[in-house]
Ligand binder design. Sequence first.
Ligand code: AKG
Ligand code: FE2
Length: 325
Amino acid sequence: MSDTLSARRLDQTKLPLIDVAGLFSPDLADRTAVAAEVGRACKQTGFFYICNHGVDGALQRALFAETRRLFDLPETAKRALDKAKSAANRGYEPLRGQRLEAGAPADLKEGFYIGREDAADDPRVLAGRFNHGPNQWPDLPRFRRTMEAYRDALEALASRLMSAIALSLQLPEDYFSGFCRDSMSTLRLLHYPPQPANPQPGEKGCGAHTDFGGLTLLLQDENPGLQVWDHRAGEWLEAEPIPGTYVVNLGDMIARWTNDRYRSTLHRVVNLSGAERYSVPFFFSGNPDHLVECLPTCLDQGETPRYAPVTVEQHHREMYRKTYG
Ligand SMILES: O=C(O)CCC(=O)C(=O)O
Ligand SMILES: [Fe+2]
């Protein structure tokens, strides 16, 4: 089984590392130059690394320290925060709690979901809007503060990347500002035990899937495990960790917007490192009321949109139903 779960070593012609410092420049030409690189990567595999993104390394280290503390808590303390108790998909998800690949065994990961802190009497919570509600916080002194600071930093970075994506599609830089406003983003802390010596057929850390939303910004620890499907070569590529960088990938909504010019790419996790692996994807999902429909610059004459318009909320409800159903 092990060789079917392995992948080709990191190939930076296919998974490029983009220096995004230019996105913070007051000069539009600098921002456009980065956007062009982002656009190229979006057309190719839909996966790329970014550096010089402005997120503080100390904050990234604190994030991992708190993530390890959380997963080190006794099972009873974690189960007390079970996501099943939250109407807003917040809290702890036990090992094998999700099946991202239809037909495969459940995923060998445990997770913890954090979203914006919506008060119980917020009208959106009272109306039962999808994914809105309070978080379930563990009893760890620095946990909440660290997670909130990190989530704020990633919201800002993801919005900036959306403006680069707009430029790369010949749209005004602020084209996605309505999508970015009041985004229902999710921070997901993940812990993967080492791949067992005798896995069930197809058993792995995280089954092959595409991400549902807009952009995903993934921070990995030093242990490899993420694999990205290269549809042209028909093989899995290892997206090995590059310290301090983010792996950025496109979710299904970007494929809907661009009529598949930009792809959401299959990926999976097989933790063959032999060590406990921790990773933290941040899912930038956008404003729940925003309508995602084919972009004017992504439709040639005579071409028809492949996807019907859908709101962010409708789309996420449907995707959650499929993987937890
Ligand atoms: O842990 C990883 O490296 C990737 C996780 C992932 O793909 C996901 O949570 O959607
Ligand atoms: Fe993913």
